[in-house]
Design a protein around this ligand. Structure first.
Ligand SMILES: [Zn+2]
Length: 295
């Protein structure tokens, strides 16, 4: 019965949030401007455009680009790659299907690149077409695929459902620094409504990544090289968020009060995370829907 009541009240929770047009109590992280290229290892680079980031790999036989971000970013990236090599971009690999990361591929399709993703991404692109997105023509099912070009290999690992159902983690064979998009942005909070995340699978995937032997990773947002401990930090935050929200639901705390109660309980351990005060209550509201609706 309690869960039924909770379900009935969920709508009210969100409607009240919308009705008062709640603005974050502290501003979200300020937008980052400009772009930069950072070398991670021999032929292995990360490109940042405003708040988004990818990696690219220069080989003897051409270039592998990952997430093309958006058209303007991709044009800048194309020019930056041209400063480093005259070789063509042969592959574009999508980390997952979200539009903020993968809208800029046309410039690389025009020079003949093959587009690669996990097979599960196709259904999303077909279901909700976005004209700027180039449809992948090489897909793989299962949990591992190795893309070879020249003297290099790029290993793609699918960890199951976590952030959507087609996210892959990529690691070149010669530099042990994986590209891990949207599972653990270094030093910051998750987005307010952490949409398209399966919370327990997110935790599971982070645990799996923590078991891998690397020291640093490149994220899809944020600093060029993040220490692996940031993944642990994200997992510990998520586990605390889930545990404390569940505790208040079980205790019968009125839904409208739970965000404030949980925010206070998490503050001591996690207030140092960028954007904490403005985001934590929305994270709690999203977690209430997880336990109330399985969303
Ligand atoms: Zn995403």
């Amino acid at each position: 019965m309690r869960s039924f009541v909770a379900l009935a009240a969920l709508g009210a929770l969100f409607i009240s949030t919308l009705a008062i047009g709640e603005t974050p109590r502290t501003a979200l992280p300020a937008p980052v401007e400009g772009h930069e290229v950072t070398e991670i290892g021999p032929g292995y680079y990360t490109f940042r455009y405003k708040g988004l980031r990818n990696v690219f790999l220069i080989t003897r036989s051409g270039v592998i680009v990952t997430d093309p971000i958006e058209p303007e970013a991709a044009a800048v990236l194309r020019a930056e790659i041209r400063k480093l090599t005259p070789l063509p971009v042969k592959y574009v690999v999508y980390s997952h299907q979200h539009w903020d990361h993968v809208r800029g591929g046309k410039i690389f399709a025009a020079e003949g690149a093959t587009f690669v993703s996990h097979r599960n991404c196709l259904a999303h692109f077909k279901d909700l077409p976005e004209p700027e997105i180039v449809m992948p023509t090489r897909t793989f099912a299962g949990d591992r695929y190795v893309l070879r070009l020249g003297e290099r290999k790029l290993e793609l690992r699918w960890l199951g459902i976590n952030h959507g159902d087609c996210l892959v983690v990529m690691t070149p064979d010669h530099v042990n620094v994986p590209f891990i998009v949207d599972l653990g942005t270094a030093g910051g909070m998750p987005l307010p409504f952490i949409a398209d995340y399966s919370l327990h699978n997110w935790v599971r995937s982070l645990r799996e990544l923590e078991g891998w032997s690397f020291e640093q990773y490149v994220g899809g947002h944020g600093i060029a090289l993040a220490p692996k401990s940031r993944l642990t930090e994200r997992r510990e935050y998520l586990e605390a968020l889930m545990t404390e929200t569940r505790r208040e639901l079980d205790a019968g705390t009125p839904l409208a009060q739970i965000p404030d109660v949980v925010a206070e309980r998490l503050r001591e351990r996690f207030a140092h995370l960028r954007g904490f005060s403005g985001i934590v209550r929305d994270n709690v509201r999203r977690t209430i829907t997880y336990y109330g609706m399985g969303w």
